[in-house]
Design a binder for this molecule. Structure first.
Ligand SMILES: [Zn+2]
Length: 461
């Protein structure tokens, strides 16, 4: 029997084996798909019909919510060698000022922007833990809890990754004054996670993991203690090899490149997400691909910060897992991330369709499938496919949009990823079976935007 408020009929839906016709999607009250049936003879009586082709919702595997408020404010030359590290100085100034109320407002607006773009899950790499003066909040999980609540209010699924940030550099260097809001130990972070988990228990929409910030900020011992204190399947995310200066410092103090160092010492597998992994040599590329870990690529941020290019072709050809993240949120659009992933390769190799394969000749299809699979692994949640047992997360394309209309289904993803002519083709979005975006508007958009502006004005005062 089909429950009318928990079913949708799509003339076209993108299932794990590609575009299928006349698909009936059915889910239960907790937001999990119970049946996905292609080739349904007719629209069952009273069942709603999707306004256009249906794609699985995209997981966003890397976010620092408060950085949304900085987008567009660092696009000028601050000194002759303006680079990542000068951007980081401004980020620290914002991190020093943000209040619990401000963080809640920025995060909720950001998650609404994500949903409107068709991201239905987010992994939040959350590192601002303490009060402005570095003292502990009465509730040690105050800020993380605000972020979890912002996700739940917006409707997006969340993997919350509280960050271990112990040192200011390789060789266990003491933290700096402007890092006091981040600093903790494995023990205090696990304690915070326990508090958070008790206040906001895990559910189909919420999963917990941990994020050792980077090899700069933890030691081998503290990483071991952290991993020993969590469920052995919980997601583990880490920033790695984003900048050449970081690679050089790691070689100098630890005697190995960062990715190699990590792979040699820890059992890195599919629960791990190595965010950026930009600067990997040929051996690291193959070893990382073999490990089953996800390379968390954040193309618009990496371009914005001048990080460099990940060797995507070699890695994908070695069956490496990738996912995408919006990280600093200079842009919040999975289509732009996938486009830039390919364009970086085209510009450096002076070729076209570099990231296609012999089996999947359309670049957009290959990258979309890869980012769904890797992104889902990174969340540690049952997402990333229109399939019974997964979360009822999808987006509905506008069938009349110029990137889709009159094209054959096999060209839809190419149009959606590579064409950019103004208005988004993403019309409606469902997360956990709830329609949160209708005709490009989120249900709470006006109020959330007003609160975001208040928070931003306060940060810029
Ligand atoms: Zn990051």
């Amino acid at each position: 029997m089909t429950r009318l408020d928990q079913s949708l009929f799509a003339e076209h839906a993108y299932l794990p084996d590609g575009w299928r016709r006349n698909v009936l999607l059915e889910w239960e009250a907790n937001g999990t798909l119970t049946a996905v049936t292609p080739d349904t003879a007719a629209v069952p009586a009273g069942v709603r019909k999707a306004a256009g082709p249906v794609l699985p919702g995209m997981p966003n595997l890397h976010s620092h919510a408060f950085q949304r408020a900085m987008a567009g404010l660092t696009e000028y030359r601050a000194n002759a060698t303006d680079n990542f590290w000068s951007w980081r100085d401004l980020m620290y100034r914002f991190a020093a000022r943000i209040t619990p109320e401000g963080l809640a407002a920025v995060a909720q607006w950001l998650y609404i922007e994500m949903l409107k773009a068709g991201y239905t899950s987010v992994c939040e790499f959350h590192y601002v833990h303490h009060a402005q003066d570095g003292s502990r909040y009465a509730n040690q999980a105050e800020l993380a809890q605000r972020v979890v609540d912002a996700a739940s209010a917006s409707g997006i699924g969340m993997t919350m990754l509280p960050v271990l940030y112990q040192y200011s550099g390789f060789g266990s260097r003491a933290p700096r004054d402007d890092q006091q809001r981040f600093i903790n130990t494995p023990e205090s972070l696990l304690d915070l996670l326990g508090t958070l988990r008790a206040a906001r228990p895990e559910s189909a929409a919420l999963r917990y993991g941990v994020a050792p910030h980077s090899l700069r900020a933890v030691s081998a011992d503290s990483l071991r203690t952290l991993l020993g204190g969590i469920d052995r399947n919980a997601p583990v995310h880490i920033h790695i090899a984003e900048q050449t200066a970081e690679v050089d410092a790691c070689v100098e103090t630890e005697g190995a490149r960062p990715v190699q160092w990590l792979l040699d010492r820890f059992d890195v597998d599919s629960r791990w997400c190595l965010v950026h992994a930009t600067h990997v040599d040929a051996n690291e590329t193959l070893a990382l691909a073999k490990s089953g870990a996800v390379a968390g690529l954040c193309l618009t941020t990496e371009a914005n910060l001048g990080d460099g290019l990940f060797p995507a072709q070699e890695y994908l050809d070695a069956h490496g897992r990738i996912g995408i993240g919006s990280d600093s949120h200079i842009g919040v659009d999975w289509r732009a991330e996938l486009r830039l992933l390919e364009y970086g390769q085209r510009l450096t190799r002076r070729q076209r369709n570099v990231l296609a394969s012999a089996q999947v000749t359309h670049v957009a299809d290959r990258l979309f499938d890869a980012a769904l699979d890797g992104g889902a692994h990174a969340t540690g949640r049952a997402v990333g496919a229109l399939q019974a047992g997964r979360r009822a997360d999808w987006l509905v394309l506008d069938a009349d949009h110029a990137s889709v209309a009159e094209h054959a289904p096999g060209a839809w993803l190419s149009g959606v990823v590579f064409c950019e002519h103004g208005e988004t083709p993403v019309r409606d979005v469902y997360a956990g079976g709830v329609q949160v975006v209708e005709n490009r508007r989120h249900r709470d958009e006006a109020g959330a935007y007003a609160r975001y502006r208040v928070a931003l004005a306060d940060l810029l005062k």
